[in-house]
Design a protein around this ligand. Structure first.
Ligand code: HEC
Ligand code: HEC
Length: 201
């Protein structure tokens, strides 16, 4: 009995010791940066920017991909590679995911310049403030509510996600669902124009 307790203690100690040596930066370079760039600010409009997302959110999303709760959209990258976040996340254990999540939360989101329509962005801003601001706070620029940063996200990716939500291919929080349901297609277009407009708007 004593021996068993001693062995359990040793294995616990070893797993804790191993976790401390995990370097989120290194893991990200090894498994992720090829697509999401070194700091999570992907340069491919098909691949989401994930820099500065909260650690809790990144952990949650990767967990959803790993379990299959979120079905990854299979995307062809500029290099012609087909991506599959369900497969990629399955290669990681929870300690590794945690280390990567902490690394990403420490990076800064850098919005790329994207062409946008000023009139539509103004309409989108009003819609955002009315319907989305209480969760995607500070006009969609802040990670503090553990929601995705929407400002400065790639337009192509945002369009794809809103389509996935309406086709119920991707889950969303109940309160978000109620509000997304109310939106006409023109409203969605306006919101996206707002999210890709510079943060000064
Ligand atoms: C081969 C390219 C590729 C690699 C490598 C890759 N990703 Fe992704 N990632 C994508 C694509 C494409 C999507 C969008 C998937 C979708 O729309 O369903 C995505 C989506 C995500 C999302 C969801 C973002 C959001 O806003 O909801 C997170 C988080 C993420 N990846 C993290 C990672 C991490 C962490 C790694 C490394 C362990 C990684 N990715 C490796 C291509 C890649
Ligand atoms: C109750 C809080 C809440 C409200 C209200 C809300 N959202 Fe969200 N939203 C979330 C959360 C949480 C996620 C992440 C879901 C996940 O990946 O599990 C999300 C994800 C998203 C995504 C996907 C982003 C990505 O990186 O993949 C988009 C786009 C989005 N929301 C747009 C909106 C819009 C537009 C509104 C207003 C009409 C809105 N949301 C209202 C909480 C909310």
């Amino acid at each position: 009995m004593k021996l068993i307790i001693f062995l359990i203690f040793c294995s616990l100690w070893l797993s804790v010791a191993a976790d401390e040596t995990l370097d989120g930066n290194q893991l990200f370079m090894k498994h992720c940066s090829e697509c999401h760039q070194k700091d999570g600010n992907s340069s491919d409009e098909n691949i989401p920017k994930i820099a500065q997302f909260s650690a809790i959110l990144i952990y949650d999303i990767l967990d959803q991909f790993k379990s299959g709760d979120r079905k990854a959209q299979k995307i062809k990258t500029k290099e012609g590679q087909t991506t599959d976040m369900n497969m990629i996340s399955k290669q990681l254990n929870s300690a590794e995911i945690e280390a990567i999540a902490h690394y990403l939360s420490g990076q800064s989101s850098k919005p790329p310049a994207q062409d946008y329509n000023q009139q539509l962005a103004a309409k989108g801003r009003a819609l955002h403030l009315e319907l989305c601001e209480n969760c995607h706070v500070e006009k969609g620029t802040s990670p503090i509510e553990d929601t995705p940063i929407l400002r400065g996200q790639w337009k192509t990716y945002l369009i794809r996600q809103l389509e996935a939500f309406s086709k119920q291919e991707r889950d969303m929080p109940k309160r978000m669902k109620k509000r997304i349901r109310k939106l006409a297609d023109e409203d969605k277009t306006a919101l996206i124009e707002f999210y890709i407009s510079p943060a000064s708007h």
